[in-house]
Ligand binder design. Sequence first.
Ligand code: GUN
Length: 296
Amino acid sequence: MTAKILDGKALSRQLRAELAAQVAALRAGGIVPGLGVLLVGDNPASRAYVTAKEKACGELGMHSSEVRLPASASRGEILRVVSEFNRDPRVHGILVQLPLPDGSMEQEVLETVDPAKDVDGFHPVNVGRAVLGLPAFLPCTPHGILQMLRRAGIPVAGAHAVVIGRSHIVGRPLANLLSQKGEAGNATVTLCHTATRDLAQHTRHADIVIAAAGRPNTVRADMIREGAVVVDVGMNRVADSSAPRGYRLVGDVAFDEVREKASWITPVPGGVGPMTITMLLFNTVAAARGGPAGSL
Ligand code: GUN
């Protein structure tokens, strides 16, 4: 079997067209949805993500305000920017690009974001509400993955989903959402991580494998069963002197071999990545309209 491609780029284009119409309607009523972006330091991957997010805002007719601080910025300087975004009526959604150079500040910074502007869904109020199945801003990558599965007509209810990686940004919220009762969930979920003893033993029984480990070749063909759905969240930079930038992006899945066995697979790039940005726009438009949608 050769897998069909879960094309995040094409789906993003479609969703962004839908969002552009919503932005136009809001603008006609005098509201320009706005995103406040804070980037601390000069991590090249973070810079690239932030640029892509701002460009996407502009393409949809949204406003974005960016603040860049040096890696040496103090806790006070960072918290001040977040508080200014909290007060700024032009800013409906706030994005603090992670990781921060000083990881020990991260939780305090995320908790300073007004939960009503927390379009990343990282504030404990939104995390808690999402776990309870209440309306909340859902973290963008898990939300984007659920949208991709749903729009491709891939059944999640009753499926065995194996999630690899327990990060607060992807794996853990995804495992929560997939297991919830309701339209987008009802899966049986196994959450694997670095202390999992025999990863392949779990993935071989999965209908859906979602790799968010941050390590190339985490998922090989002999680890999945024929016809499985494979979603690759990895964005790993691998040195490549023949590539224009000196590196190329690879996922966590050995794409060429796994695609011969899976029924659906996401490419890297062009799979989950564009969807993450699209769901950030989705959440920001929702924030401008008054709050998160009631359900997925
Ligand atoms: N770093 C990696 N992924 C994300 C994300 O979804 N949001 C933010 N703010 N930072 C990230």
